[in-house]
Write a protein that binds this ligand. Structure first.
Ligand SMILES: *[C@@H]1O[C@H](CO)[C@@H](O)[C@H](O)[C@H]1NC(C)=O
Ligand SMILES: *[C@@H]1O[C@H](CO)[C@@H](O)[C@H](O)[C@H]1NC(C)=O
Ligand SMILES: *[C@@H]1O[C@H](CO)[C@@H](O)[C@H](O)[C@H]1NC(C)=O
Ligand SMILES: *[C@@H]1O[C@H](CO)[C@@H](O)[C@H](O)[C@H]1NC(C)=O
Ligand SMILES: *[C@@H]1O[C@H](CO)[C@@H](O)[C@H](O)[C@H]1NC(C)=O
Ligand SMILES: *[C@@H]1O[C@H](CO)[C@@H](O)[C@H](O)[C@H]1NC(C)=O
Ligand SMILES: *[C@@H]1O[C@H](CO)[C@@H](O)[C@H](O)[C@H]1NC(C)=O
Length: 559
């Protein structure tokens, strides 16, 4: 294949493995796989929010550019402001600075665990006015239910948050507490005694959320009563369980609009973690995500396909990842910041969509190793767009509405063979005026080839290998006739590419770079990557070559 030029010419001489048979693309749309708008969303660490967003006099326009790219490619991301540090933040009305944080390396080297915010913190909600971004503000439950200053913080900040989010219609949803399932066992220091249980959690959550509702009613007249994402648990097998929270009456006020759960595939320092085995591994990704759908199904049987749960007369809150990323403890250099992690992100997001997750908030904070971008210059890192951002870009291109007025797409997994280093997905859409699933048409196919390929010394992404090995390219064929695509149909090919899975720079999607140094995150077309490739459907099939450690988006007709 001679499609790629420049440094990727090595592909021309690489071995190509031909798949034995064509994989069948589902004929119909997947009823579980219809994500919401803003499927590609972010969670910003509470203590890093002023850096990501800036303030009124110094808005962070670079972050704004990166969000605008995703909005243009599909729909505007939603921003959850929260994470571990939301449960450390106390309010000081007399503090001029937005946030003052003290890092205690024995608790965490990566974020402050002693935090005060001032009224200026809330300016950061107003820095991207043209973008139509909606936010959730994470209130402090950790200290809110632990000491009087924590409770006072809730009383003092609800009016500030509701005014900041009401102005310009910026409200997404509300959140009280981050990962309460870990409150009594947290590695960063427990904020509840060992007796902490679901019933106590529910009593405290109801008490505080009722105060929030009353305060919003008094201070933000005319706004709708607050609705929440909850319970924002860290996982499915910690000290407190979502199912017991639900049966203890968490949603007795009927104000939970999103069932939010958190996920990391593994930990930055967990033994045996590798790029290929842990992240570029579809089996591992499925196992990690499936644990959450299993938990959700046990609470809301039958609800994932939308509508009512079979055990409850009320509508089950839709399932989202309110916070997620590759490796907890802020990621591991050489893994979480690599192009391999971007490919993992594509697989993780699309698999999640295919099993019923409606939105995925990729988490990030300043200096974090899994961040999509570094928003400001610090002693530890320079401003820049990171590999995982390009994963978000590819997912946005896959899930974008086909036409302005058509419905959002529906994502389904395409069954491949037993190789855990590859995955493929289909996106169907409903042409305007045709609502039935049987009338859905195939819009796109994404193929993710996660076989590792290194071109730097030690796979560290820094120093190029003088003689990199040949890059294998694999041929994937898909039977699309059953999905209504006619022979001769033109198929657009867009590639997510980098030198290898170990690359940490030089990444493009469809030839576009969003790097800081080119145009502060605005799209720039690179000239060393070939674009404009097309193929045609022949004999009911479409086939495409996909180099190891890269992904391809196929778009049918004018989709
Ligand atoms: C990618 O590889 C080419 C050579 O094949 C090299 O010129 C280029 O600098 C590499 N890019 C990065 C970001 O390492
Ligand atoms: C706004 O941000 C700038 C740049 O970070 C900073 O110097 C200034 O103090 C901030 N203003 C407030 C009110 O925090
Ligand atoms: C507050 O947190 C401390 C640990 O910092 C814990 O020992 C104590 O039990 C907590 N108090 C309450 C009321 O939860
Ligand atoms: C709600 O929580 C606050 C702070 O812990 C406490 O003072 C108050 O008594 C609680 N109210 C109820 C009804 O439990
Ligand atoms: C991928 O993950 C599965 C499940 O954890 C594991 O059994 C398998 O060994 C992994 N594959 C590789 C190549 O490490
Ligand atoms: C890439 O480099 C990493 C780190 O040295 C290594 O573990 C991995 O096996 C290499 N992958 C390939 C495909 O050579
Ligand atoms: C293409 O150019 C960009 C920007 O100069 C560079 O980072 C990247 O490594 C180049 N890619 C190849 C394959 O040479």
């Amino acid at each position: 294949m001679m499609l790629l030029s420049g440094g990727l010419l090595a592909l021309a001489s690489a071995a190509t493995t031909v798949a034995a048979e064509a994989y069948t693309v589902p004929a119909k749309a997947n009823p579980l796989g219809e994500p919401f708008d803003g499927f590609v969303s972010y969670s910003l660490e509470f203590s890093s929010f002023p850096e990501f967003a800036g303030n009124k006099s110094h808005p962070n326009t670079y972050s704004g550019n990166l969000l605008a790219n995703l909005a243009r490619l599909s729909t505007t991301p939603y921003i959850r402001v929260g994470g571990n540090t939301q449960d450390y933040a106390l309010f000081d009305a007399s503090q001029a600075a937005a946030l003052v944080g003290v890092v205690d390396p024995s608790r965490s080297p990566d974020y402050p665990t002693t935090i005060t915010i001032g009224p200026a913190y809330f300016e950061s909600y107003a820095t991207w006015p043209v973008l139509d971004v909606r936010f959730s503000h994470g209130f402090n439950m950790g200290l809110g239910g632990n000491r009087s200053a924590g409770w006072q913080t809730l009383l003092d900040t609800v009016p500030l948050a509701c005014r900041a989010l009401r102005d310009g219609d910026r409200l997404y949803t509300w959140e009280y507490g981050n990962e309460p399932d870990l409150f009594s066992t947290s590695a960063q220091g427990p904020v509840r005694p060992p007796t902490w249980d679901e019933a106590t959690y529910v009593a405290q959550w109801l008490n505080a959320t009722r105060h929030i509702r009353e305060s919003v009613r008094r201070n933000c007249r005319g706004t709708a009563p607050p609705r929440f994402m909850a319970p924002s648990n860290a996982g499915v097998s910690n000290h407190l369980k979502a199912s017991a929270m639900w049966s203890a009456g968490l949603n007795q006020d009927n104000d939970i609009e999103l069932f939010s759960t958190h996920n990391y595939i593994s930990g930055a320092t967990s033994p045996g973690v590798t790029l290929q085995g842990t992240l570029m591994n579809h089996t591992k990704t499925m196992q990690s995500v499936d644990a959450h759908t299993k938990e959700y199904d046990a609470i809301f049987p039958g609800a994932r396909a939308g509508g009512k749960s079979s055990t409850s007369s009320s509508k089950a809150p839709p399932l989202i990842f309110g916070e997620t990323n590759s490796l907890y403890n802020q990621g591991k250099p050489g893994l979480s910041n690599s192009f391999g992690a971007a490919l993992w992100g594509v697989d993780f997001n699309l698999y999640s969509a295919s099993v019923g997750f409606k939105r995925v908030h990729m988490h990030q904070g300043t200096n974090y190793r899994y961040q999509a971008w570094q928003p400001v210059m610090t002693a530890l890192d320079v401003v820049g767009t990171k590999a995982p951002y390009y994963g978000s870009v590819a997912v946005a291109a896959m899930v974008r509405p086909v036409k302005k007025k058509s419905s959002l797409v529906s994502i389904s997994a395409i069954t491949l063979g037993a190789d855990s280093a590859e995955a493929a997905y289909a996106a169907h859409y409903h042409p305007v005026g045709r609502k039935s699933r049987d009338e859905a048409r195939l819009a796109r196919v994404m193929v993710i080839n996660m076989h590792g390929y290194n071109t730097t010394v030690g796979g560290a992404g820094l120093e190029p290998l003088p003689n990199p090995p040949a890059r294998t390219s694999r041929k994937y064929a898909f039977a699309v006739g059953g999905a209504g695509v006619r022979d001769g149909a033109r198929v657009r090919v867009q590639r997510l590419l980098a030198n290898g899975s170990d690359a940490i720079t030089g990444i493009t999607f469809d030839g576009w770079s969003y790097n800081w140094d080119l145009d502060r995150g605005k799209p720039v077309r690179l000239h060393n990557v070939t674009v404009g490739e097309t193929v045609r459907v022949k004999g009911g099939q479409v086939s495409v070559d996909v180099p190891d450690s890269s992904a391809v988006l196929l778009s049918f007709g004018d989709c």
